[in-house]
Design a protein around this ligand. Structure first.
Ligand code: LLP
Length: 443
């Protein structure tokens, strides 16, 4: 399909948070990956998630270029599908998974298990069993009680590589619910109360476990470099203490993900090049000062790889004027995007598929569930003549939306469509009532 691209662009910065391939088309339409969003809505119905394959691949390459000496592990929890597994693999990234389900999907799609790291603050017996059976590269230990359990699950003569998740005592992250670098949350082992060192000692007492390094993940949606440097310094300090206590020099250091992105034009995003450069300097200088060899660094970005590559498309169902408020109800909701309800995140939806001469009006975009908190975007500017049948597109929809979608009200999760080089293809089909019926055995 060839698309006539309009010479004029929307106002400067208006599309700054959209995939780089986004182009204006006639009649207020937009093309992503060379495919008209209006056509996608018609062909695949709404709500639908559009994933720009080129944007995902480009972001993987940006990471590889920024961190040439490090392992870049894509955090599968942000979004996972079999196509995503293949793109990440082809672009040379590793994977961070946090369940047996994510692990099995990746490995059965052909992802090399030795390039996968398994996390989880509380692992069910099934998690290490799957990890060991599939030959996962590293298991990250998050509590003392799992050390002996994982060791016992390793077969005779076997040896499993493990890391220890450390809480470096750093406050960072876009919302209280996604700040994991402090002591007062459930993840990791404390650097200050001796919990991390105690775990290290216990792991070293298990001949079937091989401790390869330390791990930390200080939070998510972080837009500044500094908290990473503070955490890095503290992790090097602990590596030096482990060397002093046990004579063991750990060869790996995984600094987790959390790299922040802009959801609306003008919002700050983490500067990846600056992050990579300053982390490398801090690592090299810190290790030199501590008399340690420089460990192999790993980072685990999720959101920054896939978030900006996704666009959610919704059809307007009703428009209600209540006093001063305008409620625009669409066919998506808190089941496909719980993030505004959970973290108060602000999105920037946009009308696509027609030009409006009407001036902007402040509106709230809502879903269809029986909850006043079922809001997709509050206080947004939409054309004053917005009406049922209009198409709304929400950029930066690729991360933690579908992966957190629920089964509430048996609405069914939306389809995922990939766009690339002027073609669209279905990756994940829409969830149907039949899917629910099959799970409900009717007993
Ligand atoms: N590594 C570990 C151990 C993690 O727990 C996470 C995210 C990541 C890496 C990737 O973080 P990212 O680069 O994507 O920020 N549902 C929330 C985000 C939760 C993040 C959980 N852990 C949201 O929608 O903002």
């Amino acid at each position: 399909m060839t698309i006539a691209v309009l010479p004029e662009m929307p106002a400067a910065g208006e599309l700054s948070v959209w995939p780089a391939s986004t182009r204006p088309l006639p009649h207020g339409d937009l093309a992503v990956g060379g495919v008209s969003l209006t056509e996608i809505a018609e062909r695949f119905a709404t709500p639908v998630y559009v994933l720009d394959e080129g944007e995902v691949r480009g972001r993987c390459r940006t990471y590889r270029d920024a961190f040439p000496d490090a392992d870049v592990l894509y955090a599968a929890k942000a979004f996972l599908s079999r196509a995503m597994v293949r793109w990440v693999q082809e672009e040379g990234l590793g994977l961070d998974v946090c369940s047996a389900g994510e692990l099995e999907l990746a490995v059965t799609t052909g992802f090399p298990p030795e390039r996968i790291v398994l996390h989880r603050n509380a692992k069910s017996p099934h998690d290490p069993e799957a990890a060991l059976r599939l030959g996962v590269g590293r298991i990250v230990i998050d509590s003392p009680s799992e050390i002996a359990r994982i060791a016992a699950a390793v077969g005779p003569g076997g040896r499993q590589k493990v890391m220890v998740r450390v809480v470096p005592g750093v406050l960072a992250g876009g919302h209280d619910k996604i700040r994991t670098g402090r002591e007062d949350q459930k993840f990791g082992l404390s650097l200050t109360d001796g919990g991390a060192q105690h775990a290290v000692t216990r792991i070293l007492g298990q001949p079937r476990l091989e401790l390869t390094g330390l791990h930390c993940h200080i939070g998510s949606q972080i837009s500044e470099v500094k908290p990473y440097l503070v955490a890095l310094r503290r992790m090097i300090g602990l590596m030096a203490r482990i060397r002093d206590t046990h004579g063991l020099v750990l060869p790996e250091l995984d600094m987790g993900g959390g790299h922040g992105i802009a959801y609306q034009p003008g919002e700050p995003a983490l500067d990846l090049t600056a992050l990579a450069r300053r982390m490398r300097t801090e690592l090299v200088d810190g290790c030199a000062a501590a008399g340690l060899p420089v460990p192999r660094l790993a980072v685990e970005p999720g959101r920054a790889v896939v978030g900006p590559a996704g666009v959610a498309l919704y059809r307007v169902l009703t428009v209600k004027h209540t006093g001063e408020n305008v409620f625009v109800a669409v066919d998506g909701d808190m089941i496909d995007n719980p993030r505004p309800a959970l973290y108060g995140v602000r999105y920037a939806p946009r009308l696509v598929g027609r030009h409006s001469a009407a001036g902007p009006r402040t509106a709230t975009v809502v879903g269809r569930h029986c909850e006043a908190g079922d809001i997709l975007a509050s206080d947004v500017q939409l054309p004053g003549d917005i009406h049922p049948g209009d198409l709304l597109a929400v950029p930066v929809a690729g991360a933690y939306q579908l992966s957190m979608a629920s089964g509430y009200n048996l609405v069914g999760r939306p389809a995922v469509v990939a766009v690339h080089e002027d073609t669209a293809r279905l990756l994940v089909r829409r969830e149907a009532l039949e899917d629910h019926r099959r799970r409900d055995i009717g007993a």
